[in-house]
Design a protein around this ligand. Structure first.
Ligand code: C2E
Ligand code: MG
Ligand code: MG
Length: 599
């Protein structure tokens, strides 16, 4: 809101001029006398909009002598940004006069040019100058410098519409831009897309490295996203578009891509954003990598108003998270049911532990050479009265994101150790029991305490516990991970690298981790018969495992052919439906007993 301050002397001069019984020139000499010592600039224009008077104070305001201004056209007095506004307003005032109407003071904010080329903002008030017969003979203008106020207003406006940390448009401004895009796309019958971006595992970084680290990461991401938008011309759209990236809060960013003719163009941008997010970055002196998940909705296909488009992009983003993160998804009907499912998983999972809805199944690991069960993997199960049996691939990502995996994981570890000791007390041969760990757990300060408590309380030997981490975690801040893993290792607990072959880790990287076991991902085993490339990969992984003196386990062995191939290639152990599915503890007791009895 602009506040108009009418200087008291203005009324005096205005009234004086209006009641002037003299001609304009007589009036001017009077104004000159009055205005000599006034800071604001007074000027008078004749009916052709030429200056007839400019007060000496113009020297301070614009750096020109009054005589110099008198020679200027009105147009030249204003800065580029205000020329049209000023001229249009003055012609409007003239039109009023011609139609015989009174000019109720008109005040405009105008940017004017100074002699040194800089500009300042003025508030200029216009009114008519009349002669003794009340006939209008000119226009009186009074300008005052409001640059400071204008800048303060601009700053306030900026703060209200931008995110302070990253400088990106905030939720409010993005909403305005989105509505403009809807409006213009409706008019021109065009499509546009919004990309809802959520960083993966940001919460872990924020919780474990502190908020400064989190802020640094968000700032860097904002910079990268902005840069990746600048490069989108590659997708072959016209140069002048209004693509924007904004921050909605937390680790949520949003991108608006206008004027798209094909969805493949959006996919190119989304892929670029994923690529740019994933590049390593140094945060508080440490290198780390963060990936992003993106949900996309398209106007008008998925919705024609802001709320629908945002909701659907958000749902698609959750879908991308469920699909294993670090990917993008377009909204579809399928996404919708998935998103609702996720929400109900989250709500119900919160109560699962206390309601005893969680339990474990155990899957044997078999030594290829001896045919003896050497180990067992504990796999988490959840049966909810409302949702039925929910698979770990559905609920574990939710447990990870919400942090619920920490208490759940603690319960798993405790239950597993107690169970293993119970088997031993039934005089069954000792087996090594494996527990899956999430990154979220590895980053938890209390993890070591939890492991120690599970071992101490149950009395299980540490070397009978094996913790499985996935290869995808290796990408995340290796130094910190190596530190935690080394501490675990020093407790006498074994470590396995799960789902190996799906990530990007190299031999050099793997060597740095204090692991004992490599578990070849089941996707390679599954395609063994058809895919010669997978055969070659498995051979290479086994060879690599041997070089590093690691125990190599093949996951997901389902057929005799797979079993034979692996046996031939001297893989150490196997796990899979071919020998046993994951089973309840009692069934595993039977399996162990049978396996132990010579046939
Ligand atoms: P994972 O650790 O790689 O576990 C192996 C998965 O492969 C299990 O799926 C198992 O049931 C399945 N599997 C084993 N043999 C075969 C086979 O021959 N064919 C086929 N098609 N599948 C086989 P599940 O139980 O659904 O677990 C999925 C993932 O959930 C696990 O993958 C693990 O990453 C995670 N998970 C399970 N339990 C826990 C837990 O207690 N904590 C954590 N953090 N993650 C867990
Ligand atoms: Mg596992
Ligand atoms: Mg696995």
């Amino acid at each position: 809101m602009l506040l108009l301050i009418i200087p008291p002397w203005f009324a005096v001069i205005g009234g004086y001029i209006y009641n002037l019984r003299t001609s304009v020139s007589d009036a001017l000499t009077t104004i000159e006398r009055l205005t000599n010592n006034i800071k604001d600039v007074i000027f008078v224009l004749d009916m052709n909009l030429n200056y007839t008077y400019v007060s000496p104070s113009v020297k301070v305001l614009r750096g020109y002598e009054p005589e110099e201004v008198m020679k200027q056209t009105l147009y030249d007095s204003f800065a580029l940004s205000s020329r049209d506004t000023a001229i249009r307003a003055l012609y409007g005032i003239m039109a009023l006069e011609k139609s015989g109407k009174d000019l109720i003071d008109r005040t405009l904010q105008l940017e004017v040019e100074r002699k040194d080329g800089t500009t300042i903002w003025t508030e200029t008030k216009f009114s008519f100058v009349g002669d003794k017969n009340k006939k209008t003979v000119g226009i009186l203008g009074v300008s005052r410098d409001i640059t400071e106020r204008k800048h303060a207003e601009e700053r306030i406006q900026y703060l209200a519409t931008h995110d302070v940390l990253t400088g990106l448009p905030n939720r409010m401004m993005f909403s305005q831009l989105l509505n403009q895009a809807i409006e213009s796309s409706r008019r021109h019958e065009r499509q546009f897309a919004i990309l809802f971006i959520d960083l993966d595992r940001f919460k872990i970084i924020n919780d474990t490295m502190g908020h400064d680290a989190g802020d640094e990461l968000l700032t860097e991401m904002a910079k990268r996203f902005r840069q990746s938008l600048r490069a989108v011309d590659v997708v072959g759209r016209p140069k002048e578009r209004n693509d924007v990236v904004g921050r909605l809060g937390g680790d949520e960013f949003i991108i608006l891509i206008e004027e798209i003719s094909e969805l493949s163009q959006v996919a190119v941008v989304a892929q670029r954003v994923l690529g740019t997010a994933m590049k390593p970055m140094i945060i508080l002196g440490e290198e780390c990598r963060v990936t992003a998940s993106i949900g996309i909705s398209v106007y008008p296909r998925d919705g024609e108003d802001e709320q629908t488009l945002m909701k659907k992009a958000d749902m698609a983003m959750y879908f991308a998270k469920e699909e294993g993160k670090n990917n993008f998804q377009f909204y579809s009907q399928n996404t919708q049911s998935q998103a609702f499912e996720r929400l109900s998983i989250e709500t119900n999972l919160r109560k699962a532990l206390e309601r005893n809805e969680l339990y474990l199944e155990y899957q044997a690991k078999l030594d290829f050479k001896t045919g003896v069960i050497t180990g067992v993997e504990a796999l988490l199960r959840w049966k909810n009265p409302l949702l039925g049996l929910v698979t770990p691939t559905q609920f574990i990502p939710v447990a990870e994101e919400t942090g619920m995996i920490v208490p759940i994981g603690r319960w798993v570890m405790k239950t597993v150790c107690t169970q293993n000791v119970a088997w031993q007390s039934q005089c069954l041969p000792p087996v090594r029991v494996a527990v899956n760990l999430s990154l979220r757990q590895l980053m938890d300060d209390k993890l070591l305490e939890d492991i120690k408590a599970a071992l101490d309380d149950s009395g299980m030997a540490p070397n009978l516990l094996e913790l499985e981490i996935t290869e995808s975690m290796v990408m995340y801040k290796p130094e910190r991970l190596i530190e935690v893993l080394t501490k675990i290792k020093n407790m006498g607990v074994r470590l396995a690298l799960d789902d190996f072959g799906t990530g990007y880790s190299s031999l050099a990287q793997i060597k740095q981790f204090p692991i004992d076991t490599l578990k070849v991902d089941r996707s390679f085993i599954r395609n063994l018969s058809q895919n010669s490339e997978h055969k070659a990969i498995i051979e290479a992984i086994i060879a690599m495992g041997k070089t590093l003196s690691l125990n190599v386990v093949a996951e997901g062995v389902e057929t005799m052919a797979q079993d034979e191939f692996l046996r031939e290639h001297v893989c150490d152990e196997m796990q899979g439906f071919y020998f046993s599915k994951p089973v309840a503890p009692d069934q595993f007791t039977d399996l162990l007993r049978k396996n132990n009895t010579p046939s």
